[in-house]
Design a protein around this ligand. Structure first.
Ligand code: DON
Length: 304
């Protein structure tokens, strides 16, 4: 195994020294106030050894990273039936695009674009007794950390400006692919996106995707084939219209969020999370992508 701490320390220094032309997401007003200079990286290996640098313990808004967690919860609850309501193809479009949804009769391209995640949210609203509480408990159990919470201010802020998500939910409803009320489903969706977590907590939570479906406490949540599917979706769809670039530069399944977080993993080896709020033109963390490219190049560890 490479010396992860040494690699992370050198990446941290290199990334902070390089020029930065990224911008913090502002379409959700509450996200615009986050300090752009923050940068953290955390890595956990299969032996649960931790390596970190920078603001890796500071919480931020995980946003779309939560879509992997709702997908895993829904897959655990209803299994393969999920794929009747959402496809598994990359869209090549930005996360909030709607044109394909019309063209494809209300079946979202994949569960990691907004329309697909809204269908998954609808499934959880149907299946769970107390959807928001139960989902939060699921994430806390995965991470073995009860301090993980929603950020109500962020959820409210997105509700006030989430016009495209309302459009997506209404389109889904018109095609019969949304069972519950638009308001109820979006309230759940805005809350899942508002989850506030640190890079360390993301690594703890995503540990199961690296560890064949078993969480840090060695409890089985999903089987190996379900994990294969989720990791395949992260690789092909986790970065929207930059999924190819992420596979090309980094070579790991991963997921980004407009809060500036990225989590990625090498099955049976390690899980890594970065946070830097400045986004590139495709809406993915610029420094996060740079750091992860350096990590897999330096350590020569990627799925390829
Ligand atoms: O629905 C939205 O627009 C946000 N809550 C999440 C977007 C997001 O993080 C896209 N991923 N990079």
């Amino acid at each position: 195994m490479p010396d992860f701490q040494k690699s992370i320390d050198s990446i941290y220094k290199e990334v902070l020294e390089s020029p930065d032309s990224s911008t913090v997401a502002s379409y959700i007003p509450e996200l615009a106030s986050v300090e752009s200079s923050k940068f953290g990286i955390h890595l956990i290996d299969t032996n649960q050894h931790n390596y970190a640098a920078g603001n890796s313990g500071e919480k931020f808004s995980v946003q779309s990273i939560s879509k992997v967690l709702t997908l895993s919860m829904a897959l655990g609850l209803i299994g393969e039936k999920i794929w009747r309501r959402v496809d598994v193809e990359p869209s090549g479009d930005p996360f909030n695009h709607l044109s394909l949804l019309e063209q494809e009769n209300g079946i979202p391209r994949n569960p990691l674009i907004n329309a697909g995640a809204i269908v998954i949210a609808d499934i959880l609203v149907t299946e769970l007794e107390n959807p928001k509480e139960d989902f939060l408990t699921y994430v806390r159990n995965l991470a073995d950390d009860t301090s993980i919470s929603y950020d109500e201010k962020v959820a409210l802020s997105e509700k006030g400006t989430g016009f495209k998500n309302y459009a997506a939910a209404n389109l889904l409803k018109s095609y019969g692919n949304l069972r519950n009320d638009v308001e109820d489903v979006l309230d759940f969706y805005f809350h899942q996106c508002s989850l506030s977590m640190s890079c360390k907590q993301l690594c703890d939570t995503f540990y199961l995707f690296m560890n064949r479906g078993r969480c840090k406490r060695d409890i089985g949540y999903l089987d190996i084939n379900q994990i294969k599917r989720i990791n395949a979706l992260m690789l092909t769809c986790g970065f929207y219209d930059e999924a190819g670039e992420f596979a090309f530069e980094v070579g790991l399944p991963g997921k980004s969020g407009v809060g500036g977080g990225i989590v990625a993993l090498l099955p049976n080896e390690f899980c890594v999370a970065t946070w830097s709020p400045g986004l590139n033109k495709k809406g993915n963390s610029a420094r996060g992508m740079q750091a992860l490219e350096r990590l897999t190049t330096m350590t020569e560890l990627s799925i390829f």
